[in-house]
Design a protein around this ligand. Structure first.
Ligand code: NCD
Length: 364
């Protein structure tokens, strides 16, 4: 369990110099529960197991009207701001749904051009404004570090509120990583869980934040192997490899995606993140996209017990011929986001024990 450090006790410049592991204790409560959710590195194995168990309880409780009534009574007195100034469908809707499940009333800003940011207001002032009205800020922005900055800023005001990072630049997407972990855990439930499994990542690993955050969380599991398959120009960052090395996690870098499919327990496909290209089309040159495509016939190379995942949105990374194969779990993966995000928010507000008690009494 992490021991809380206070964000209002550290200067912004000093805070920014810290490593991810050093930052993590600033984002938890004294009970060890997350207060903010900003980076994958703030979750240890115990926290991950706890969130997955809670997500399953919420999912089962939510099957009946009486269960939904219970869940939606838990945080009826709270309001949340969903500040999403980068395109989003699934993450936005699953957070919106998670708020509704727990009774939180959500509001949204999705288009900064109709907010006072256009009048020259600083980001700091916009965030302070949100905390005057809301009890939770869930944010997705192209700006790396804005979620951390907001957490620090508000901790130094009279109205600190929890901040959830729903995707920051090319850097982190911790709640996507949580739902990916939940999906892997459910998929391998009868096969000893995630420990000892091989995950094959494919696509734009250089700029895909989901793979970066998931690589962080997978380090919490024993004996996992990570294979990164991408053309050289899209290969995973050195910073991630350094973390893996430091934590003794086995990994392999390869340009041969198809040649590794047979080894994988999970294949994790991602799209080209060409919105970050400096010149149009620059990241699609120098390799054959077919080499990084999961075709219908590739199902034959895949183990019977393996799963195919994708954070979505999909372009052409996976043939629709795979969609009805029982190993294609990307639709379930998306829905898992709603349950694990509900579990995260309930834990942030300290309602996890109540949910577990209700579950033990009424469901189990
Ligand atoms: C991802 C993202 O925004 O990083 N989408 C998502 O949240 N499910 C992946 C992507 O956009 O490719």
């Amino acid at each position: 369990m992490l021991h809380r450090k206070m964000l209002d006790g550290v200067k912004w410049d000093d805070f920014q110099q810290l490593s991810l592991e050093e930052k993590a204790p600033y984002f938890v409560q004294s009970s060890g529960r997350p207060y903010h959710c900003l980076i994958a590195q703030q979750f240890d194995r115990e926290a991950l197991d706890g969130l997955c168990d809670l997500a399953t309880r919420i999912r089962r409780i939510g099957k009946s009207k009486v269960g939904m009534d219970f869940l939606s009574s838990l945080l009826m007195h709270k309001r949340a701001m969903l500040y999403f100034t980068q395109p989003s469908t699934r993450t936005f809707l699953s957070f919106y749904s998670a708020c509704q499940i727990l009774g939180i009333r959500p509001a949204e800003v999705r288009d900064p051009s109709i907010s006072s940011e256009m009048k020259g207001e600083t980001k700091d002032d916009t965030m302070r404004t949100f905390s005057s009205f809301f009890d939770l800020i869930i944010m997705r922005t192209p700006l790396q570090g804005l979620a951390e900055r907001t957490a620090w800023l508000l901790s130094n005001t009279e109205r600190p509120v929890p901040i959830i990072n729903a995707g920051s630049g090319k850097d982190q997407h911790p709640t996507q990583a949580l739902l990916d972990i939940y999906t892997l855990a459910r998929s391998f439930e009868k096969r000893g869980g995630i420990d000892g499994k091989t995950v094959l990542f494919c696509g734009d690993l250089a700029r895909g934040r989901t793979v970066r955050s998931l690589s962080g969380l997978l380090q919490q599991y024993r004996g996992v192997k990570l294979i990164f398959a991408a053309p050289e120009c899209l290969q995973i960052g050195e910073d991630i490899l350094a973390q893996l090395k430091e934590n003794g996690v086995e990994y392999e870098i390869t340009e041969d995606f198809k040649g590794h499919i047979h080894e994988a327990d999970a294949v994790y496909m991602t799209r080209l993140q060409d919105e970050w290209d400096k010149k149009p089309g620059e990241s699609s040159r120098g390799y054959n996209p077919e080499d990084y495509y999961f075709a219908g016939e590739d199902l034959d190379r895949l183990r019977n017990t393996a799963v195919i995942m994708h954070p979505l949105p999909r372009r052409a990374e996976i043939s629709t011929d795979c969609d009805n194969d029982s190993r294609a779990v990307y639709w379930r993966q998306m829905r898992n986001g709603m349950w694990i995000r509900s579990a995260l928010i309930a834990t942030i507000f300290g309602r996890d024990t109540e949910i577990t008690n209700y579950y033990t009494l009424n469901i189990k």
